[in-house]
Design a protein around this ligand. Structure first.
Ligand code: GMT
Length: 383
């Protein structure tokens, strides 16, 4: 198949998943054209059958805001026309699904591609459900041949909010196993002292990640266990996290690594991965931690409940329940045997349920279903 993919080019779960999917599809012999704002974050090196196109943004004094989405739609149209794209897979509804609809409309009828839209979470829960984007998000989803969501939870949330006329298929996230198996691991001493347990948090430090909860719970853990908190990533809440740590007098117990492109080289060094998000539609980091054999402490909110098995591969707490989070963290850090068992079960679960082969098969089948269905004819009215 000749497939177009558009996604966020910056660090973030949806862009990572889209890029890994494109690489996996190319390995299976499909031709994949990425059209993004910048070369995708995880697309490093050369991959046969993979092509990357970036959007050209021309500034003009009359534009207070550059019309990125128009330039993106134009680029999608050009790439589709030149490379005879059969199917465009967009990740994150806004703006990508809407741009795909515009690009398709611009093409002659016989060249129009099918659209598959994958919902990743905040594109629905925060952005798409906002009145400023609601109708366009719904319109673009209705005009997609297939809609997928990365968890059952997100599929249900989307239907409850948008009342779509078509089903939403759940296809969970996956992890590229090669990345985790063939990695050069950092040394433990480079992250912590020998007598310190390692708690790790990885995110883009947006409010939804509740990074100050990480620091507050870590402070309580320190009453019982000698530990170091490794914060990986960057974003708007980093300043709040450092402020809270300073107030609590534990700033010297925390290391901020910033963004890291190869988390697989440091994740296995953690004794516990801690992700207390407000909600998480799937939780790629918990999955990566499980694959690294590390127990995960998360929140029972959103699709992460489909990833972490409470009491088996980690623990799930109520959002903001810092006391319970700290209690579970201490339990894991003090009981090495149970922690190892949880880690091993996590890896087993990740391999069984979220392997590349299993998930890419599902996307491939979905594409085939679209292509055998013939040209898209759905003409829904916008409610
Ligand atoms: O919030 C992020 O981490 C980024 C965001 C994105 O769209 O790039 O992540 C969402 O998509 C990931 C991949 O499907 C999911 O694993 C994350 O759970 C989801 N984030 C949220 O729902 C907050």
């Amino acid at each position: 198949m000749r497939i177009g993919i558009s996604c966020h080019g910056t660090a973030g779960g949806s862009g990572i998943l889209a890029t890994e999917l494109g690489i996996a599809l190319a390995k299976r012999g499909h031709t994949v054209h990425f059209v993004t704002s910048e070369p995708p974050y995880r697309l490093r090196g050369f991959y046969e059958n993979v092509f990357s196109h970036t959007v050209n943004l021309v500034p003009y004094p009359l534009f207070r805001h550059l019309p990125f989405t128009l330039a993106l739609s134009t680029k999608m149209f050009e790439v589709a026309r030149e490379h005879d794209i059969e199917l465009w897979h967009v990740h994150y509804a806004i703006p990508y699904a809407a741009c795909a609809v515009i690009a398709r409309e611009m093409l002659p009828k016989e060249q129009r591609f099918h659209i598959v839209t994958t919902l990743h979470g905040t594109d629905i829960t925060l952005v798409g459900s906002d009145p400023s984007y609601f109708h366009l998000t719904k319109f673009a989803m209705e005009r997609s041949c297939r809609i997928t969501a990365v968890s059952d939870w997100l599929a249900k949330e989307t239907q409850a909010t948008f009342e779509l006329s078509k089903p939403i298929h759940t296809i969970h996230n996956f992890v590229n196993l090669d990345r985790f198996n063939n990695t050069h691991r950092a040394s433990r001493q480079s992250l912590a002292h020998d007598d310190e347990k390692i708690i790790m948090h990885i995110s883009n430090f947006r409010p939804v990640k509740r990074v100050t909860d990480v620091v507050r719970a870590f402070n309580k853990v320190l009453d019982h266990v000698s530990a170091r908190l490794i914060m990986v990533g960057d974003g708007p809440e980093r300043i709040s996290a450092t402020g809270v740590a300073r107030q609590l007098g534990i700033a010297d117990k925390i290391t901020y690594l910033g963004n890291n492109e190869t988390v697989e080289s440091i994740l296995p060094l953690a004794d516990l991965v801690f992700q207390p998000s407000e909600h998480e539609s799937f939780g790629l980091v918990p999955l990566e931690a499980m694959l690294s054999g590390v127990p995960v402490l998360g929140t029972a909110s959103g699709g992460v409940c489909e990833v972490i098995e409470h009491g088996v591969t980690g623990y799930l707490c109520e959002v903001g329940d810092i006391e319970t989070m700290a209690r579970y963290a201490v339990e894991i850090l003090q009981d090495g045997a149970t922690a190892r068992e949880m880690g091993a079960k996590g890896r087993q679960r990740a391999l069984e349920l979220f392997s590349e082969d299993r998930i890419v098969d599902q996307y491939e089948q979905l594409y085939k279903d679209c292509l055998t269905q013939g040209p898209e004819t759905v003409e829904e009215t916008i409610r």
